[in-house]
Every structure is written in C-alpha cells, then in structure tokens.
Design a binder for this molecule. Structure first.
Ligand code: ADP
Ligand code: MG
Length: 397
C-alpha cells in the first residue's frame, strides 16, 4: 500500500526526522490560508499523487499552466494561484503512464535552500532477506538512469537484522555522500531514525529523493515516497487509515476487496488462473504466441464461486480485454467451482469476447459438464499451449 508524500512526511516527523513544515489542501479556497500559516519567503506547491517524477511531469490540460507538479512560488498569493491551477487537473509523469493521475490534493510546503541533493532509499532486499540502504550523490533525478549510466555513484548495503542498525551504517552513507564534520553525526542519527520507522511500520520501501544538504549544514528530507507491506497492514490501523482508494486502479481495488491477487496490465488477453506460478506461465505463453496479457490474476487455492464470479467480472470490465483465457489446474481448487463462477459471471455481465477454457485436475469432468451444458460460447482447450494458441488465434485471427 502506498501513501502520499504529505502523509509520509508526517510519519517521518513523528520519528524525529527533519522535514519541512507544510499543509495539505483539497480545495483551492483553502490554499491561501494554508500558505499563510507558513513562514516563507519561498512556498513550494506540490501535487499529491501516488507517483514520482512530479517535478518533471506535465499537465494534460492547458489551463493548469506550463509547469510540472512541483512549483516554487514567492508569495502566499502566488502559492494559492498555483494550487488552484493544479487541483482537479491530470498530471502525467514517467511513473503514471500516459493516462496520468488526477490531482485531488496539494501540499504547500516551506521552501528550503538547497546546497546538494542526494538520493536515499531503504528497501527490502529479497536476495539477502535484509533491509538495504541505497544512496547516491546523484539525487533529485531518475535513479534508474544513474544506475544504468554511472552505477559507481550508487552505494548499496544491507543491515543484518540480528544486530540491527549500527552507527557505522550511517557513517557509510555519510562518507558516500561526501558529508563532513557534524553532518556525519546528523546523518548517522537520521539513518537510524529512518531504519526504526521502516521496521516498526512494516515498510516495503522508503525513498527520500532528494535528501538535501542545506547551506547551514543541516540535512532535510525534501521528498518522501513510502510503500507498506500489505500483509502487515492488519497490525497498523493508523497506516491503513491513510489509504487513498482514489489513487488505486479501480479493478485492483475491487480485486483487493475479494482478496484476489490481481494486477492490471496493458495487453488484450484477460487471464483467470489459479496459482501464482501457473499465472506467470500463462502470461509467458500468451506472449510466446504473439499476444500480451491484460492482467495477472491468481484466484488462489480455496476460491469460492463468488470469488471466481467477481474475478471474471473484473476481467470483463476491462475495455482492453479482447479475449479471455481461463486456465485452471485444480488441486485444492476444484474445477467445478471455477466453472460455476464463470457461468454465473457471464449470466450477470454477458460475454462480448471469445473465451477459451482449459480445465484440468480435481472434478474436471464435473467442471467441463457445467461449462458444456451452460449454453456459453466457449472454446475448450486441452492443455496450456493449446489454450494459449486458441485464444490468441481467436483474438488476432
Ligand atoms: P518529484 O520527485 O515527484 O519530482 P520532489 O518532491 O522530489 O518531487 O520535488 C522535485 C524537486 O523540487 C526537488 O528535487 C527539489 O529540487 C524541489 N523541491 C521540492 N520540495 C522543495 C522544497 N520544500 N523546497 C525547495 N525545493 C523543493
Ligand atoms: Mg522526488
């Protein structure tokens, strides 16, 4: 689960990390009062969407102004004016995809003097199963670009969870960033606080880009992007309350309500599969036959008819879907339950695109019978490659 920058900064503030004072607003009328509560002389107006690259992004609408989603202003009036221009408009960044994201919230923040911008992130390294620090002197820009062109400018190391965070970890970061004197101590302190927040709040990712050094020698977290481990949210009611459902893909949101593992993709073949491994293999083989999957969907092992029905409805609600491949290898999942779900969903929402069904495993005969006697226009398939070939042929001709 992701949260907004202003929410992430509130958490960091609670942990004693240096962040700027700021106010979040959802209405243009509130902007002037909010900006007036800040000291100035620089007010930074920042679009709050669940995507990075806002500064270099651009708005779809002409009346949102020429600038991106992070604007420096020199007066309360100007800050309110820029907030008004951005609210309700669609911001496109390299992380939003071409459709962009609607800006429903603006964060107005005290501007900082910047001496240098650094990159810093904490994340879970799945290779070592430890929390890793990643830092670079090349902050404020695209870290993927830095990793590709000048990987020597990135330092990454992981922290042994048994020993936990130690001052030498912070010193490694400080020396990589070229800090000196009291800045090193401040860095050691800040890294410790970030690590503590990361562990205690079950974060998955914590990215500060940029972490800045100011002319007075102090450090500050100027941007904050935080993602939480969805499996741990049950023990963080305070974090769950920060969820902004308007930022989520409506199909993924519906899927999460039914506990389905669903990720929307850009292709044309909708897939309904049980098991993450089989879902991956199904996506691969669709590609092999020359088409692209419209989603990843694992209905899980013990799915009910209702869950399967919902999954099918989510797939058919996607306008990009030109054909559907149901690929089930029933072990714990029973083929008849899948068949009942598919039939129920089609009865409810209809079927406008070709449907290929491949069933194998527990109760397969019963499942096939349900499909065959349902009157649905289904193309039956014998195995995985047969199914993929048939659906791609049905869609592409
Ligand atoms: P994004 O990463 O989405 O583009 P950032 O919060 O990193 O958004 O802002 C982009 C750039 O804007 C930063 O690299 C920094 O140069 C500038 N900036 C952001 N917040 C402030 C601030 N409070 N004071 C001064 N400059 C800022
Ligand atoms: Mg940033």
């Amino acid at each position: 689960m992701n949260i907004h920058e202003y929410q992430a900064k509130a958490i960091l503030r609670d942990y004693g990390c240096p962040v700027s004072d700021g106010r979040a607003v959802t209405k243009a009328e509130e902007a002037k009062t909010a900006a007036g509560e800040l000291d100035g002389p620089l007010w930074v107006v920042k679009a709050q969407i669940h995507a990075g690259g806002r500064g270099k992004g651009s708005f779809k609408e002409a009346d949102a102004g020429e600038k991106g989603g992070v604007r420096l202003t020199k007066s309360v009036e100007e800050a309110a004016e820029e907030a008004k221009k951005m609210l309700g408009r669609t911001l496109v960044t390299h992380q939003t995809g071409p459709a962009g994201k609607q800006v429903n919230r603006i964060y107005i923040e005290d501007g900082s003097d910047i001496e240098s911008e650094f990159y810093l992130a904490l994340l879970v390294d799945r290779v070592t199963s430890q929390i890793s620090f990643v830092c670079s002197t090349e902050g404020g820009m695209d870290i993927e670009e830095v990793a590709a062109s000048t990987p020597e400018k990135i330092l990454s190391f992981s922290v042994d969870p048994a020993a936990g965070y130690q001052p030498y970890h912070g010193r490694r970061v400080a020396f990589m960033l070229g800090l000196e004197g009291k800045q090193v101590k401040a860095c050691v302190d800040l890294m410790g606080k970030l690590y503590k927040a990361f562990v205690e709040k079950d974060m998955e990712m914590l990215e500060i880009n940029p972490l800045i050094l100011m002319p007075d020698g102090n450090l500050k977290c100027l941007d904050a992007k935080v993602g939480f481990d969805g499996n741990a949210l049950y023990r963080h009611a305070d974090i769950l309350a920060l969820r902004d459902e308007t930022e989520e893909d409506p199909k993924e949101l519906a899927a999460s309500k039914y506990d389905l593992n669903y990720i929307a993709l850009d292709g044309e073949i909708g897939c309904m599969v049980n098991g993450a491994g089989l879902a991956m293999a199904t996506m691969d083989i669709i590609k092999l036959y020359g088409a692209e999957p419209a989603n990843f969907l694992d209905v899980g092992g013990g799915a009910t008819k209702e869950k399967v029905t919902e999954a099918f409805k989510i797939i058919t609600s996607d306008d990009n879907v030109k054909g559907i491949l149901v690929n089930i290898f029933g072990g714990i999942m029973r083929c008849d339950v899948i068949a009942e779900g598919v039939v129920a969903a089609v009865k409810e929402v209809g079927l406008q695109v070709p449907l290929v069904v491949r069933l194998e495993g527990t109760n397969v005969e019963k499942g096939k019978e349900i499909i065959n006697t349902s009157g649905l226009n289904v193309i039956a398939a014998d195995d995985l490659s047969d199914g993929a070939e048939k659906i791609v042929k049905a869609v592409k001709g």
